[in-house]
Design a protein around this ligand. Structure first.
Ligand SMILES: NC(=O)c1ccc[n+]([C@@H]2O[C@H](COP(=O)([O-])OP(=O)(O)OC[C@H]3O[C@@H](n4cnc5c(N)ncnc54)[C@H](O)[C@@H]3O)[C@@H](O)[C@H]2O)c1
Length: 317
């Protein structure tokens, strides 16, 4: 297969491209390598992919329609859109980049798929679309029209526009609602990375909502299993949760990190952050049924693997 993946220098895109290349697929990678977080980390991921001759990389902003058009061709079997401005908190600081990358970028992808008659599209949505829903576990058929951050609003709008393009142009669109993905090569703006970095340096960690939070942390290889299954099983229009289905207390998560590092954290207890939610909890029944999804990696094992990677990458003893 020839698969175009956007966001391949990013955390999830890197792991997806790596898995697809290992399976022998041809991957066209697109990323603008922006400096939202360490460009070195993005380049290091991308260099690993570039060792494989079946990987062709293009440094392009998905919001640039004309440039993006150049990498499209009618022999592409599937497009996976993972490029986006991620992060809930940053969407309060820099709203315009969310409009550009998440809304305009996604519309460009859909328009080009239509133009080049590429029928199968998989795209990243997010657990953040559930906002402050108290109907737990979160099921895909909940009515969701109250996003509490601009990030969540752009992801929900992707799902709506995806439906429109399915309806009008018969494109097959699967939206995957990822739940707090973590693992090796993870994102520096996310809790696991920030906590490990600060604990290693002997600095305090910021614990939001005084630690009274639960997250459905999902290990990267489980997420990639789900994304690959979505590529392999085109569906007309679906939105599917990819989580672990086992929300963990933030304080237990910190304990796992302390155990893996063999070092105690100094905690700076803080209030709730605007746009943030106290709980995420995926109902994974639909993913199990449609994608044969079966998350395997426990939080203890996943955190241990991340810590091992972090120590090796940053040469920490
Ligand atoms: N990691 C998670 O827990 C999580 C949870 C829910 C949803 N998601 C979604 O999954 C996708 C991948 O997330 P990630 O964690 O790998 O984030 P990431 O930031 O590591 O990866 C996104 C990549 O897209 C690139 N990018 C951003 N804007 C771009 C643009 N305009 N043009 C081209 N490239 C652009 C970035 O440079 C980055 O390398 C995103 O859509 C994100 O919103 C992630």
């Amino acid at each position: 297969m020839k698969i175009l993946v956007t966001g391949t220098a990013g955390f999830i895109g890197f792991h997806l491209a790596k898995r697809l290349l290992e399976r022998g697929e041809e991957v066209i990678g697109v990323d603008d390598l922006n400096d939202y977080y360490s460009v070195k980390l993005k380049k290091d991921r991308n260099e690993i992919l570039q060792k494989n001759p079946n990987y062709k990389f293009h440094k392009i902003d998905v919001a640039d329609y004309e440039k993006l058009k150049e990498v499209f061709s009618d022999d592409i079997d599937c497009v996976v859109n993972l490029a986006a401005q991620a992060g809930v908190r940053y969407s309060l600081k820099n709203p315009h980049v969310y409009e550009k990358s998440n809304n305009k970028g996604f519309l460009n992808i859909l328009e080009l798929c239509k133009k080049f008659e590429i029928k199968n599209i998989v795209y990243a949505s997010s657990s953040s679309v559930y906002g402050e829903s108290t109907e737990i576990p979160f099921k895909e058929d909940q009515k969701l029209d109250k996003p509490i951050s601009l990030y969540a609003a752009t992801k929900k709008s992707n799902e709506l526009i995806a439906y429109t393009y399915h309806h009008l142009y018969n494109l097959n669109l699967i939206g995957l609602r990822f739940f707090t993905v973590y693992g090796e090569w993870g994102r520096p703006d996310m809790a696991l990375y920030k906590f490990v970095k600060n604990i290693v340096k002997g600095k305090p960690i910021d614990v939001y909502n005084n630690g009274d939070m639960k997250r459905d942390f999902t290990y990267i290889s489980d997420i990639i299993d789900g994304v690959v299954a979505a590529i392999d099983n085109p569906m007309e229009y679906e939105v599917i949760n990819l989580g672990r289905g086992e929300p963990q207390d933030l304080m237990y998560f910190i304990k796992c990190i302390e155990k893996a590092l063999g070092k105690k954290a100094m905690k700076n207890m803080m209030g709730m952050q605007p746009g943030d939610v106290p709980l995420t909890y995926a109902d994974t029944t639909k993913a199990e049924k449609l994608l044969d999804y079966n998350p395997k990696i426990s939080i203890e094992e996943g955190v241990k693997r991340f810590v091992e990677w972090f120590k090796q990458y940053y040469k920490v003893n």
